[in-house]
Design a protein. Sequence first.
Length: 512
Amino acid sequence: MWAARREAEGSTQGLPAKYAEELQRNILGTVVLPGDPEYNADRMLSNPRFSACPEVIVYCEVEADVAECLRVARALLMAVVVRSGGHSTAGFSSQNGFLIDVSRMNDVCITPEALRAWVGPGTNFGKFNAKLQTYDLHTPGGACPDVCVGGYMQGGGYGFTARIFGMNCDQVEEIRVMLTDGRIVHASADLNPDLFWAVRGGTGSNFGVLLAVKYRLYRGSNFSGFSVRWSMQTDDGTAKAAQSLAWLQENFMRTGAPDTLGYQMIWAFEGPTGQPKEPVLLMRGVYRGSREDLQAVLSPVLDLPGATLQALYDPQPYVDLNRILLSEPYEVPEFPADMTPMPPPEAKISRYVAKPVSADGWKQLLDYFRSSPSPYTIAAMEIYGGAIARMPVRGNAFLHRDVYCDLFFDVFWLTEQEEEQMMQFIKGWEETFAPHWTGQSYQNYPSPDNPGFAEQYWGDNYWLLRLIKGKYDPLNLLRFPQSIAPLEWHPPGPGFPPGFKGFEDPIQAAAG
Ligand SMILES: Cc1cc2nc3c(=O)[nH]c(=O)nc-3n(C[C@H](O)[C@H](O)[C@H](O)COP(=O)(O)OP(=O)(O)OC[C@H]3O[C@@H](n4cnc5c(N)ncnc54)[C@H](O)[C@@H]3O)c2cc1C
């Protein structure tokens, strides 16, 4: 009753004192309440666009802290969300209600001889990759060093090496989860396989609190790298970039490019701070092999109209190459060093490209991009195919396998007036892209106010996810605007849903 009234009113009075005091007494971590000096900083996410006011924020140190949080939330029937890295692009990891922060649960335990690692949900990829580098090991992860395993893996997880090894969620062998009733369960191909299937792609704050992830690792953490550039300063330059995109889509994405290559096509406004910027199309990527072999692989790309080789990088540690690809010669987008807030508020929209787009179609899209009122707008094509496409479509809940790329469009603003302008611009992008869209979006780039989210993220897997949600969180304690609505659980029968072959391990299924 208390919680329902608070939710309806959007009130942020904080937990009743009795519960707050008891909670702080019983946990090792830290309780932060409205009115505390840290509260205003602690409720914020990486994107300052979102500024929800949770009733309570709890920084958990150990699993027992999470259990205590869930006990209190159950007693008050409060909506719970979990936060690891706070990078949700729709602000879903901070909302009015109970916020369980697991960023301090960031242990990494690597067993090099077994090629496995157990990783805490609050581990960011800066730390995880640096640890893997020590043993010359790799597993595909996020490009941004601050993004954390907890949210990233559950939404799929794309990175520069995903074409080579598969999505991050495809590398998971086992998970440890605290259900909302406080029980800890393990899930793998053999243990709770339905939960294991759902968590890999079903997105966070749905089935339980993810406590740890066991990853498969690969030997060899050195990769070569490259950057190719097309200027889109003129209409002719843009037409060449569009022709190149049409060629790449046909010959170098879903099929054609070797599986040892991973790359992104970035649309940006490039140039030093304070000077007029030039619209460019950039191809940046990594290669598992020598610089000479990479040069041979790139040769048809460098023959494309308007293409200029910007840089080739010798094989080097993935952590270094990842940083170089994001920052040299310019960061994309490059914000002035004195800009506040940093990063500025941002809106992102994802569209999978699953059908061919003609050179004229690409030209129209690139022209729309070039008309951006802000030099900080970017778009990026995260190229699929390779190992991503080899995984069975229903091997886990991440189903976007048969696509050319995810194309995300990203806008930033500083003032209310700019916000209005940039939200209009992103709406115009949706309309411009509409004829090319087959209806899928990447669930790791959610936008708020998207009534079509379930179909876009999960297609007809959604009803199965609803049943699994009903089994593992029947009280629907974990809830937010795009959470999975629980259905009463009944064990699935044969052929359920059509084409569903059981909760198989995608790597083994792909191999066999
Ligand atoms: C700057 C930036 C760069 C990015 N780069 C990439 C990229 O290269 N590739 C890519 O695929 N994606 C990328 N993303 C998207 C990113 O993968 C998702 O935002 C991801 O969900 C972030 O995870 P997080 O733990 O950092 O964020 P959070 O906001 O903490 O979590 C995201 C979601 O998962 C839930 N959650 C978090 N932890 C847990 C847990 N332990 N148990 C249960 N639920 C949990 C949250 O409630 C929320 O709904 C990027 C996002 C940003 C802002």
